[in-house]
Write a protein that binds this ligand. Structure first.
Ligand code: CMP
Length: 143
């Protein structure tokens, strides 16, 4: 079954949006298979956002993501990678539709509440960066 990496960023944690965000993915029908509240180190931030290293906002991005705790999650389900991206809305909240997480809760691109893997390769890479295999569970939902 497909898995994706989602992370409530420091602004989402500060604004008490963890429960709201978990609720959206649970209500949709996806399965939470791993989760932790954690402080990202400088090294992990630079690895996670490595593809943006040459961007002018890279320093700001690393400073922000390490500025406070994040809530890192792994979700499982059919087409979860692309569906989670739709539920998150466009990266820049000024383009994200109402009803999406960024459309409902964010205003600026730097503080856009949530990160989600954009492809199968990045999901595999990001899950491996944030979670050890034994931190993920496998289970069938009976209800
Ligand atoms: P995310 O999905 O976490 O992936 C990369 C992040 O870079 C993105 O969300 C934005 O929060 C951030 N980002 C993109 N463009 C800018 C920008 N111009 N200034 C600051 N941050 C940005």
């Amino acid at each position: 079954m497909e898995k994706t990496f989602l992370m409530v960023k420091p602004d989402g944690v500060q604004r008490n949006l963890v429960g709201e965000i978990v609720n959206r993915f649970e209500s949709k029908g996806f399965t939470l298979v791993g989760a932790k509240l954690m402080q990202i180190t400088q090294e992990l931030a630079e690895q996670h956002y490595g593809e943006h290293k040459e961007r002018p906002f890279f320093g700001e991005l690393v400073d922000f993501i390490t500025s406070g705790p994040v809530f890192a999650m792994v979700w499982e389900g059919e087409n979860v990678i692309s569906t989670a991206r739709l539920m998150m809305g466009a990266t820049n909240p000024k383009e994200s539709a109402p009803g999406t997480i960024r459309g409902d809760f964010a205003v600026t691109v730097g503080k856009n509440i949530i990160h989600g893997s954009d492809s199968s390769d990045s999901a595999t890479r990001e899950i491996g960066l944030f979670f050890k295999e034994e931190e993920l569970v496998t289970y069938e939902k009976s209800m």
